[in-house]
Design a protein around this ligand. Sequence first.
Ligand SMILES: [Zn+2]
Ligand SMILES: [Zn+2]
Length: 148
Amino acid sequence: MRGQCLCGRVEFEIAGVMPQLYQCHCSLCRKQSGSASNTATLVGSEHLRWISGLELITSWVKDNGFRSDFCSQCGSPVPNPLTDAAYHWIPAGLLDNEIQQAIAAHLFVGSKAAWEVIAAPGKQFETMPGLPEFIEMLHANARACLAE
Ligand SMILES: [Zn+2]
Ligand SMILES: [Zn+2]
């Protein structure tokens, strides 16, 4: 599973496993994505391989710890490591191969934008479950993913 930013200079690959997706509707993800939510997944860091453009990645961390990594050339969000687990956050819109995975969860539904109507399937959480439980949920129907 290959992914790249808008300008194509930051490229990466996910090999071995492709977990299900989730959408986070919190106020920070809305600002970071410029939209109703972030659609993403979490993959074990050992399954992520950078292909190019690491030197273009700018990292910005809010005082509460929320981190946004993005391509300094085109502004696309790019994968970034979680602080509490050996996993990387992967923005789903960057993935180029056809994605079979479903949206398994909606996080922070309690603080979604008033104008958003959540139509996608998936379990809805007022905030979010504990991280280990959440990672397990995303991997429950994970598909084997060959490097391509
Ligand atoms: Zn870029
Ligand atoms: Zn969020």
